[in-house]
Design a protein around this ligand. Structure first.
Ligand SMILES: C[S@@+](CC[C@H](N)C(=O)[O-])C[C@H]1O[C@@H](n2cnc3c(N)ncnc32)[C@H](O)[C@@H]1O
Length: 392
């Protein structure tokens, strides 16, 4: 966004025009919206207002509510989900240091801190984004500047770092290409009194320094981020899986099940992604009273039902070596059809397997496709929820 547009949006005229727009204006056809806005506004202003309407409706779709913030397309794309930001802010608030967000963007993280009453400052290098951030988080001091040379003393602050992972054209997965680059972020984090560094969910665990704590944060079905925590209040080397919005968690200081695999029992468990990302499969197995089926595969098993927010529980109906023909016959004979197909360490994509199995009627069952001791295996199962006496 150019600076003129940002200045207009935060001006009294821009704010009044935004406030006068219907809340659902973003659902209108964009051309029709601009045409109608042009009746009352010059072209550049009409286009700025239409853009905000469309971005707000996108934000409402992503976050479940209109964040009532001034947005840019890349800023919204990079903004931390409000529930994730709130959880981070609560932990920072417990440290009782002022917070400096060194890459504050439009202020998603910073606003969550300010809402908890933490003294907060932000640094942002993009001038238009900084203008909007000032409007979005009026309680914070937003400085136009460079994260690597913060005009603040990190030794007395809790910092937040959320490096950009995309330029105008594409998303990058190479931490050296983040902005600021990964090594700079790690240097800043290690120098701060405390802090959190947001990283992509796929971050290689090798990149987590021994002095940091690592969290794999999932919201609903989707992994959101890996967070590195450092400084005060941190247990170095600890790994934690977190599932929001419930806030269920598991840490690496919990006991683990034995490494040796054992044959499949009456129940099978599929851990949530945050558990596998945090490397806590055997810890979860211990909590469930379960065992591994294969040391390389995250499916777990027991002979008694167990439930945990960090895993899906299934009752095992059949276990068969993988063969499309035999699987089709089994499903047809039993009056089942493949309602859900999950896989771990299995080469065939669920959509491809569904296509190979063809259309079928009957009771929906789940197919859990995997490799056990080198053999391709399909577990036909029924999902159980909360209590095996009350099947879904
Ligand atoms: C991923 S976004 C931050 C999003 C923010 N956490 C939120 O929830 O809204 C990263 C921001 O850092 C800014 N940035 C990138 N490199 C920077 C640097 N070296 N110094 C300061 N800001 C930088 C980008 O312009 C971008 O707005």
């Amino acid at each position: 966004m150019d600076i003129e547009r940002a200045r207009y949006l935060v001006s009294p005229a821009g704010r009044a025009a935004l406030a006068a727009m219907p809340l659902d204006a973003g659902r209108d056809d964009p051309n029709r919206l601009v045409t109608s806005l042009r009746k009352a506004h010059p072209p550049a202003e009409a286009s700025a207002l239409a853009e905000q309407a469309s971005l707000r409706s996108k934000a409402a779709g992503r976050f479940g509510h209109d964040p009532a913030m001034l947005l840019t397309a890349p800023g919204l794309e990079m903004m931390t989900h409000p529930l994730v930001a709130e959880r981070r802010a609560r932990r920072l608030a417990s440290l009782a240091f002022p917070v400096a967000d060194l890459t504050c963007g439009l202020g998603g993280d910073l606003r969550a801190c300010a809402e908890l009453g933490i003294g907060a400052a932000g640094i942002e290098r993009d001038p238009a984004t900084a203008i909007l951030a000032r409007a979005n988080v009026p309680a914070a001091d937003i400085i136009l500047g460079e994260a690597a040379r913060p005009p603040l003393h990190p030794g007395s602050l809790a910092i937040i770092l959320d490096p950009s992972r995309r330029d105008a054209a594409r998303r990058t997965f190479d931490p050296a290409a983040f902005s600021p680059p990964w090594d700079t972020c790690i240097g800043l984090l290690s120098a701060a009194r405390a802090g959190a560094l947001k990283a992509p969910p796929g971050l290689d665990r090798e990149r987590v320094p021994a002095w940091a704590e690592m969290e794999a944060v999932q919201l609903g079905a989707g992994m959101r981020e890996v967070t590195l925590w450092a400084g005060d209040g941190v247990a170095p080397g600890l790994r934690r899986a977190v599932l929001l919005p419930a806030g269920a968690d598991l840490t690496s200081d919990a006991p683990e099940c034995p490494e040796e695999p054992a044959p499949i029992g009456r129940y099978l468990f599929d851990p949530e992604s945050c558990v596998t990302r945090a490397g806590l499969v055997r810890h979860l197995a211990h909590r469930l009273g379960a065992w591994m089926l294969d040391s390389q595969v995250a499916y777990l098993s027991t002979d008694t039902p167990a439930f945990d927010p960090l895993a899906a529980t299934f009752e095992v109906l059949e276990v068969v070596p993988f063969s499309v023909r035999r699987l089709k016959e089994l499903l047809a004979t039993r009056g089942w059809h493949a309602g859900e197909i999950r896989r771990r360490a299995f080469p065939v994509e669920p959509d491809e397997l569904r296509r190979l199995l063809g259309r079928a009627k009957g009771e929906p069952v789940t197919l859990l496709c995997t490799t056990i001791a080198g053999g391709r295996t399909v577990v036909v199962a029924r999902r159980l929820r909360e209590n095996p006496l009350h099947r879904a």
